[in-house]
Design a protein around this ligand. Structure first.
Ligand SMILES: Cc1cc2nc3c(=O)[nH]c(=O)nc-3n(C[C@H](O)[C@H](O)[C@H](O)COP(=O)(O)OP(=O)(O)OC[C@H]3O[C@@H](n4cnc5c(N)ncnc54)[C@H](O)[C@@H]3O)c2cc1C
Length: 459
């Protein structure tokens, strides 16, 4: 709990909105898209600027408060919201300035990626973000950031050229290649472990229109499609990004879909994607030229807020015959029509040409990322959906590597964090010892400092 005197001090110290249990807006402010998460922070501060963030960190440190940081609120494990502590909500900080000449953008970390894309596209520019516009740029970028442009321009982290960070001791630091370069390395994949990032600077690229959409096959054709897709992806150029798997169309029809985005000349796209469009007997071919903003909003209807979400994910060793055979057993078998599982993303091109130690995000060598992304609306169906998701993932385990993309996992904990940070783990611990030795920032995919004072457990 937060002493009343501290609450009053914070209320007057900050410029942004504050919420306490019972205040109008409190329940909206603590609610995040995943309905599995129902936590009640003692206080929420929707920061208006870096000064508010510094004030929050100072008060929390002084009074030993548990802190959580909210960007877009899409952490599947719900790390944006703490029980009882102080929730530092960045969602009010949406400043953004594109520099069209330098092709860079400075963006505050309350922006959702749809808002970010809209501003950069006004100048015909973009950089890699994810594929659902309601997701926050902060959590997505600090964790890595896979999206439609990753094969051509790298992951979101690969395009970050600077950041402003409020560290656990309340200092405001600039991190880039020449200032606080160790911190700059750590935030590019180390999530929110080292401080609260108040703004990010990215490199931009000329983007759009693109050629994209999806080809939908009957679920029963999944085996053949997977075998075809594996071969087709071998020569996939950097311009092309693909993902696909088992899910239901809005009318409830189970399909195996392959989504594609080609960021390059439309005529080339038509040629390169011809084999995919000609393969088998698709139910529908929804590939066409479209604006970058259109393709970036394509998945939004499938991920409305308020659903229960539980995920398991690891990179595949390979898309082997046995892995395909196991996946096929789970196609169209989820207890929920909203689930995307089994599902795979193709990781390719520029993102894979970065060395595993160049940024804190290490997983640069794998071509396929496996996901079991379960969603359902009725809370009484939670147990059966959790069970099914775990079974699907367990069946796939022999074909998965230990490492996972941390942004996609619900179950966390030290062992999973170690795997997610892979070969960079020890270096990240050393960085944590330097910038956050008491594990002040622990509501995240946590890197434990080697000599942390006992921390309150997150709730
Ligand atoms: C529907 C959906 C679609 C997705 N699609 C993609 C995709 O296409 N590509 C992809 O790579 N990932 C994707 N993800 C995963 C996504 O990257 C993570 O869930 C990410 O954590 C979301 O970031 P957020 O800011 O919305 O979440 P939050 O829950 O607000 O934050 C996530 C984590 O980051 C920390 N954090 C947030 N803001 C800051 C800050 N300013 N400073 C320091 N730490 C901070 C939080 O404390 C928390 O630990 C998707 C997730 C969902 C739910």
């Amino acid at each position: 709990m937060i002493p009343e005197s501290v609450v009053q001090k914070l209320r007057t110290a900050v410029r942004g909105q504050t919420f306490r249990p019972g205040d109008p807006g409190y329940d909206d402010a603590r609610t995040i898209p995943n309905a599995m998460i129902d936590r009640r922070p003692a206080m929420i501060i929707r920061c208006a600027g870096a000064a508010d963030v510094i004030a929050c960190v100072g008060a929390a440190r002084e009074h030993n408060l548990l802190v959580s940081v909210r960007g877009g609120g899409h952490s599947i494990a719900g790390k944006a919201v703490c029980g009882d502590g102080l929730m530092i909500d960045m969602s009010g900080m949406k400043g953004i300035r594109v520099d069209p000449l330098r092709r860079t953008v400075r963006a505050q970390t309350g922006l959702k990626l749809g808002e970010f894309d809209r501003e950069t596209q006004a100048f015909g520019l973009a950089t890699t973000q994810g594929v659902v516009p309601t997701v926050g740029i902060a959590g997505l970028t600090l964790g890595a950031g896979w999206g439609q442009l990753h094969a051509k321009y790298g992951l979101a982290v690969d395009n970050v050229i600077g950041a402003d960070v409020v560290t656990a001791d309340g200092h405001f630091l600039t991190a880039n290649a020449s200032e606080n370069a160790d911190l700059f390395w750590g935030i590019r994949g180390g999530g929110g472990n080292f401080g609260i990032v108040t703004s990010l600077e990215y490199r931009l690229h000329e983007v759009g229109p693109v050629f994209g959409g999806a080809v939908f096959y009957p679920a029963a054709q999944a085996r053949d499609v997977l075998h075809f897709w594996r071969e087709f992806a071998v020569d996939s150029p950097d311009e092309l990004v693909m993902q696909g798997g088992s899910f239901c169309l809005p009318d409830g029809v189970p399909v195996f879909g392959v989504a594609a985005c080609y960021c390059g000349a439309i005529a080339d796209a038509e040629n390169i994607l011809k084999p995919l469009r000609k393969f088998g007997s698709p139910l529908a071919d929804a590939l066409s030229p479209m604006s970058y903003l259109q393709i970036q909003s394509m998945f939004e209807p499938f991920f409305p807020p308020g659903r229960h979400v539980y995920t398991k994910s690891n990179f595949l060793q390979d898309l082997s015959d046995k892995a395909i055979e196991t996946m096929v057993q789970y196609v169209a078998k989820s207890p929920s029509p909203y689930t995307f599982a089994p599902f795979i993303e193709h990781w390719n091109g520029a993102a894979k040409r970065v060395a595993p130690t160049d940024t804190a995000f290490p997983h640069r060598q794998h071509s396929w990322n496996f996901l079991a992304w379960s969603m359902w609306s009725d809370p009484s169906e939670t147990e059966k959906n959790l069970k099914w998701t775990r079974e699907c993932w367990e069946a796939m385990r022999p074909y998965l590597v230990a490492g996972s993309y941390g942004n996609y996992v619900t179950d966390e904990g030290e062992a999973i964090a170690r795997e997610a940070y892979g070969c960079n783990y020890d270096r990240l611990v050393a960085l944590k010892n330097k910038y956050d030795p008491t594990n002040f920032f622990r509501m995240n995919h946590n890197i434990k400092p080697s000599q942390a004072t006992p921390a309150k457990t997150s709730s």
